[in-house]
Ligand binder design. Structure first.
Ligand SMILES: [Zn+2]
Length: 88
């Protein structure tokens, strides 16, 4: 007898089943058109939309992942939009 204190652990979130290297495009809004490439030799990361051919490149490190390049691109887009709003 005796109550067992069994705390249900939350299941660990595993998001490593699939490498996310494909993202939605901020320009044409296509869901899976942006592909990120990491050039470890030259330490350049590039995100390219296969639909509207928009592209973004940035310097990377050995720790950079595809999602980092993509989010940097999104940040850049938002910054540009903000600037345009302020100018207008
Ligand atoms: Zn696009």
């Amino acid at each position: 007898m005796g109550k067992r204190k069994s705390r249900a652990k939350p299941p660990p979130k595993k998001r490593t089943d699939r490498l996310d290297t494909v993202f939605s495009c901020p320009f044409c809004n296509h869901g899976t058109s942006v592909e990120c490439r990491l050039d470890m030799k030259n330490l350049i990361g590039e995100a390219v939309c296969g639909i509207c051919q928009e592209r973004f490149s940035t310097s990377i490190t050995a720790l950079t992942e595809a999602i980092d390049i993509y989010s940097e691109w999104i940040d850049e887009c938002e910054r540009v939009n903000t600037v345009e709003d302020e100018v207008a």
